[in-house]
Every structure is written in C-alpha cells, then in structure tokens.
Design a binder for this molecule. Structure first.
Ligand code: UDP
Length: 480
C-alpha cells in the first residue's frame, strides 16, 4: 500500500507559507529502468519534505493507473504522438536513437503541459531524467529551475564525459572491430576497454555523440545532479564528476531503499509482477537459488533461449527465471503473453521442482529473499545496484548502453561477479551457474557482496552519506 501524507514524518525544513504547498515536478524517461528510480525519488522527497509531486509521463508508456501511487498527480504528455519507434527493443537496441526521437516528439506537448501546470503556481523545480534535454530546455525557457536525475552509475557519467576526447583521439568510433583493438584498455578510464564504450552496433556514432552532448550540457546547466548510487560504492567517480560538471552532486542512493512509497517498484512497474515466486522461494534452501533476469529491454534470439534453458537444466542449480513476454526477438511466439510457451519441449519436466519461470518478478523482494544466492543479470544499473544492496553476487551478460560499463565495475572493481562472455552455449551456462553458486570463487564474491550490502545499509542511516545528501538536496529544492 502506498504511504499517505499522514504516515510520513514531517520535514525539519522551515514551514511553508500556510496557503501554498511546494510542488516538485518530475519527468522520467518512459522506460522501466528510468521510471523506477524517478518514482522512488518522488517517494524519498515526499517523505522528508513538505512537498507535493507532479509526475509528467510519456502517454505512450504510462504507468498502469491501477498501480500508481495515489499521492502523486500524473500528467500524460504527447497523447496521439506516433510511438512505434520510441521504445528501444531487440538484442542490440538503438537506445540513443529512441532518446533523440522522444525528445523531438514530446518537447512541444510538454511546453503546453508545463505551462498549464505552472498556471496553478507553486512549482519549485523540475527533476528531469538526464536523457530528456528537450524537456529541460522547455523548463528553462519557462523559468522553472531544473535538477537532473542520473539513473545510471557515476562510473557511466565519467565514461560519457570522456567520450568527446576519445572521439578526438580517433578511438571512437573504434578504428577497427578487431578483437585486439576492441580489447584495448582505456588508460584514462580504468577498468574500461574500448569495447565498453561502444553503445550498441545499431547506434550510430553521430546519434551517440549528440545524445551525450545533450546529456552533459543538461547536467552542466542544471541546478544539481542526483545519482542513484552511494559514496562508499563510487566515491572516486563521484569526486571526478563534482570537479567536471560544476554543479552540486547529490549521491542519494540506493533509492529503492529510501523511498517512502511502499512497494515502489510494484507501483511503477509497467508489467504485472508474478508474486507466486516468493512462495516458491520460501520452500528453497538458503542461498541456493540462481535468479535469472535480463531486465525490461534486452531480448535474446530463440537459439539463445534454448541454450539458456538447457544450461540451467544441466547445471542442477535451483533457479528462478524471468521470461518476459517479449524476451525473445524475431520469434513467432514472441507476442505470446505466456512465458512457458516460449520454452523448449521437455524443459519443464527436466527442471520440475528445481526451477520456476515467471513473466515478471517482484525483483527487490526476490533479491532480498534468503533463498537467493546469485543473480544472472544483463547488468542494467538498477539490477546491479539492487543486487549489491542485498549482497547477491552476479553472472553478468551485458548487451548494450551502459551495461558493459556496469559489468566491468562488478567484475574488476567490486569483484562481486564475472562476465559470461561470447556466444551463449548450454555448457558455458552450466559452468557459470556452478561457478557462482557452488564454487570457491562464488563464495568469495558473495562475501565481498555482503560487505557492500553492509555499506549500503549504513549510508541510508542517520549520519550516513546518502541521508546527508538527501538533506542537502531538500535544502536546494526549498531554496528555489
Ligand atoms: N524488474 C522487475 N522485475 C523483473 C525484472 C526487472 O521489477 O522481473 C525491475 C528491476 O527491479 C529494475 C528494473 O526492472 O528496477 C530494470 O532496470 P535495469 O536498470 O536493471 O534494466 P533495464 O530494464 O533498464 O534494462
């Protein structure tokens, strides 16, 4: 159930003038991995400040009205705007192209929506996803101060800040696609390699450069940048960013742990969660289950699905696998809403009692469940952070966008997981599952992940770094 105004503590900040409550406007990018942290941020602000919240959202990918937190005002932007090419999908999605098109198409509708909302008065600022430069420009034109929410890692922004210099050096786009060139370590960005900076095979260098220019310009012209990360996890990169962007930096994560909106991902979930898997997990042994999920956008082909299925079956490791209705690309069954229809014949029988397949899971609760001992992930930032915060080590299989960067930090910096490289074959899947769940290396990774979990727990407590950063952020908002 969502929190109400009455069951959250009042702010310590000065009381608002009696007649006029302060309102924060928010505009998330309309993808699951961006919507979740924005609504979690709304929950965190609302819990601690005398603030009302308006959430603007793209009409084409709206949060389900039945699950929206009732305490926020939701305003749809861009009703009727053509949207078929606005959701990146496929195994190598052109995220940058979709972001550019969203900015182009929603900008004018947003101008009208913002002017109407502002007509009511009382808006302190707009918190905008860092990819929505078009919306930020509209706010600037209408005199509304902006804060930017980065839903990715600090490490990712450090890499993006280096993009122009790497282009000037002739390294981006890569001069060749030879493995030896792509594996070149980037001395200015350890532990990243050239290949980790290639956004996706379907994103053009020009689109990528434009997207990142906009993102960096938006960050620099904002009144502050908010990160869903924490000091003990990414201190050095946060420090670099503070020096480079010239605006205040607020590392207030992990947002899913500080949001007051109970069941925050359930309410912001674009898909309906199958909660029966929690009962199934209750019946499994401690730290025995491998949770497998590739997030909301990544897709795989049918051959990869088959190899994954038989790899999991052959590993003998208990597993909970999320097979989204559109996980499999270019498949006649991809339109099926029923996950199990996509799985190979004989798989259900071979894994009976040891495996469960669901179309979408309550991921926070799954990762926090005592039975879950490992996570095979696509290395999206939310999934990575959620795993770290529960002390769960990872098998990483990044595909596009910032996923390669996140994987490198998991493997090389925090050492809480490893990459499953190359073609997806059942033998490799079996070995990776056993290495993480049954081997000595997996145990060591789990110990390090538990250390990070303890640090994440600490940063949101009294005197913790994220708690202090939220207080600073609130002061900033109240100063507008
Ligand atoms: N998620 C979920 N249920 C699932 C799979 C994912 O609730 O079965 C949530 C997950 O908790 C995370 C988000 O979806 O908050 C995925 O974001 P991420 O950045 O990891 O990846 P993206 O979907 O953006 O690629």
């Amino acid at each position: 159930m969502a929190a109400t105004v009455d069951d959250v503590p009042p702010t310590q900040t000065p009381a608002a003038p009696a007649a006029r409550r302060r309102r924060v406007l928010m505009f998330p990018l309309p993808f699951q991995g961006h919507l979740n942290p924005m609504l979690q941020l709304a929950g965190a602000l609302r819990a601690r400040g005398d603030l009302d919240v308006t959430v603007f959202h793209a009409a084409f990918d709206a949060p389900d009205p039945a699950r929206r937190p009732p305490e926020y005002r939701f305003v749809a932007v861009g009703e009727g705007v053509p949207s078929a090419d606005l959701l990146p999908s496929g195994s190598d999605a052109d995220f940058a192209g979709a972001v550019l098109r969203i900015n182009d198409r929603l900008r004018e509708p947003f101008r009208q929506a913002l002017a109407e909302e502002e007509g009511g008065g009382g808006a302190r600022c707009l918190v905008v996803d860092s990819n929505l430069r078009g919306m930020q420009l509209v706010a600037e034109e209408l005199g509304v101060p902006t804060l930017v929410l980065r839903t990715g890692a600090a490490a990712c922004l450090v890499a993006y800040l280096a993009f122009p210099a790497l282009s000037d050096k002739g390294l981006l786009p890569p001069p060749s696609h030879d493995e030896s060139v792509l594996d070149m370590p980037l001395e200015e960005l350890p532990p990243l390699r050239l290949r980790d900076m290639v956004f996706s095979a379907t994103t053009s260098h020009a689109n990528m450069a434009r997207c990142l220019d906009d993102l960096v310009a938006g960050t620099r012209s904002s009144s502050g940048v908010i990160f869903n990360t924490f000091q003990d996890l990414e201190g050095p990169d946060l420090h670099k960013i503070a020096g480079a962007v010239g605006v205040p930096v607020y590392p207030i994560g992990p947002l899913h742990k500080i949001s007051s909106t109970t069941g925050a991902t359930e309410t912001s979930s674009l898909l309906s969660q199958d909660r029966t898997c929690l009962e199934w997990l209750d019946r499994q042994e401690e730290a025995s289950v491998l949770y497998v999920s590739f997030g909301s956008l990544v897709s795989i082909d049918e051959a990869e699905l088959v190899e994954t299925a038989w790899g999991l079956a052959g590993s003998q490791v208990p597993f909970l696998w999320v097979v989204r209705h559109n996980l499999v690309s270019r498949s006649s069954s991809s339109s099926s809403r029923h996950a199990s229809l996509q799985l190979p014949d004989g798989f259900a029988e071979a894994t009976e009692g040891r495996g469960m397949v669901v179309p979408w899971a309550p991921q926070h609760e799954v990762l926090g469940h005592r039975s879950v001992g490992g996570f095979w992930t696509h290395s999206g930032w939310n999934s990575t952070l959620e795993s770290v915060c529960e002390g769960v080590p990872m098998i990483c299989r990044p595909r596009f966008a910032d996923q390669m960067i996140n994987m490198r930090y998991v493997q090389e910096v925090w050492r809480v997981g490893f990459e499953l490289e190359g073609g997806l074959e059942r033998g490799k899947v079996e070995m990776a599952a056993r290495k993480l769940m049954c081997g000595e290396e997996g145990r060591e990774m789990r110990k390090r992940a538990m250390d990070l979990r303890d640090k994440a727990d600490k940063c949101i407590k009294e005197e913790g770094s994220s708690k202090s950063a939220i207080e600073m952020l609130l002061k900033r908002i109240m100063s507008f």
